[in-house]
Design a protein around this ligand. Structure first.
Ligand SMILES: Cc1ncc(COP(=O)(O)O)c(C=O)c1O
Length: 376
């Protein structure tokens, strides 16, 4: 079945009652039929029926072997980093979500992991950064917020040569547009808070392992650390995911129109959107994904415009997130990427004139009218 069908049918008929919407099982614990026997569920940190339906769903959608659901995207990423040992080295893409950078620098570095941040648009730069201690490469493609593209097939070859794990944060694309495991990734992570949830009403994280063995390792950490997603939130995520294909199509079509409109605007210096012909990573991107997505970043000509835009938007909310039905605008240098040092931010283009727009499903002409008003 195609992904639109899988999405719409998530959870349907998986329960003995015939429920079309899979039930929420809030039970923290489960009765044992007898000593040494189990219904398959013992305690909800270790496994919960509602969470399990979601975990199986994301594994199927990402074409992996095991899915795991967490209380946030950061908890999912922390769980992945927990499988490494002191002394291990990880290569990250330079233009990385600020929370991931903070987690690595302030939590895992003091615990003995080491990291190098590389411009992963260039395969030779990644190869140069590999050392004897390197165990994994962690990338976002497209990156957040400057839309740099990493060639996942080339990276997979490099990982095979050096026996490295390839971890892809697929939050920006969702499995509807990109399935990194098919391109050679070993682990896929998501902030489920974004496109998968899709309604700005739940914080969640997901991990998918390409193999059973890796899945077991990650499950051990999930159960041991315990940052699991609660059953109510697992249900909300399942419900949101049912309409992922429709939401993504609508948002993407509008994002294309908005990016083209922004490109013509006098106050705008540069637009970062994969759907625009001049984007340098476009060819590679469209070989590994089936759409440009719905995130549009743009740099305004004057720094003072940033504050003007953020205070003037009415329909578009000035708020820190992305991927929901409501359009949001963010100022990455002061919000999502505030924990990245100024020098590194400048290198990757996360400047004090850059704004990031998450295009929702509103009427595109209303969104453009709001931007027109805000840009002046
Ligand atoms: C690309 C990316 N990865 C991970 C995260 C972290 O997810 P969460 O906020 O659900 O913890 C975010 C959040 O903005 C993100 O944009």
């Amino acid at each position: 079945m195609r992904i639109e069908t899988l999405l719409a049918q998530l959870g349907n008929g998986k329960d003995h009652t015939g429920a079309v919407s899979y039930p929420i099982y809030p039970s923290a614990t489960f009765r044992h039929p007898a000593l040494g026997e189990s219904t398959g569920y013992d305690y909800s940190r270790s496994g919960n029926p509602t969470r399990q339906v979601l975990e199986e769903a994301i594994a199927q959608l990402e074409k992996g072997k095991r899915g795991l659901a967490f209380s946030s995207g950061m908890a999912a990423i922390a769980n992945c980093l927990s499988i490494f040992a002191p002394g291990d080295h990880i290569i990250f893409c330079q233009d990385l979500y600020g929370g991931t950078y903070r987690l690595m620098e302030q939590i895992y570095k003091p615990l003995g992991l080491t990291a190098t941040y590389v411009d992963t648009r260039w395969s030779h730069k990644i190869a140069d950064a590999v050392t004897e201690k390197t165990k994994a490469i962690f990338v976002e493609t497209p990156t957040n917020p400057t839309m740099h593209i990493t060639d996942l097939r080339a990276l997979n070859k490099l990982c095979q040569e050096h026996s490295l794990l390839l971890i892809v944060d697929n939050t920006f694309m969702s499995p509807y547009l990109q399935q990194p495991i098919e391109l050679g990734a070993h682990i896929v992570v998501h902030s489920g808070t974004k496109y998968l949830g899709g309604h700005n009403d739940v914080v969640a994280g997901l991990v998918v392992a390409a193999t059973e063995e890796l899945g077991e390792k990650l499950y051990f950490m999930q159960n041991a650390i315990g940052a699991v997603l609660g059953p109510f939130d697992a249900w909300l995520l399942l419900r949101g995911m049912k309409s992922l294909a429709l939401r993504m199509e609508q948002s993407q079509t509008s994002a294309q129109k908005i990016a083209q409109w922004l490109q013509e605007h006098k106050a705008v210096e540069q637009v970062y959107y994969l759907g625009l012909p001049g984007h340098p990573g476009r060819d590679v991107h469209f070989e590994q994904a089936r759409g440009a997505g719905a995130m549009v970043s743009f740099a305004v000509r004057e720094e003072k415009k940033v504050e003007e835009v953020l205070s003037r938007v009415q329909l578009i909310s000035f708020a820190e997130s992305l991927g929901g039905v409501e359009s949001l605008i963010t100022f990455p240098a002061r919000q999502t990427h505030a924990d990245i040092p100024e020098e590194l931010r400048q290198q990757t283009g996360v400047t004090s004139t850059l704004l990031r727009l998450s295009v929702g499903i509103e009427n595109v002409d209303d969104l453009i009218a709001d931007l027109e008003e805000a840009l002046g």
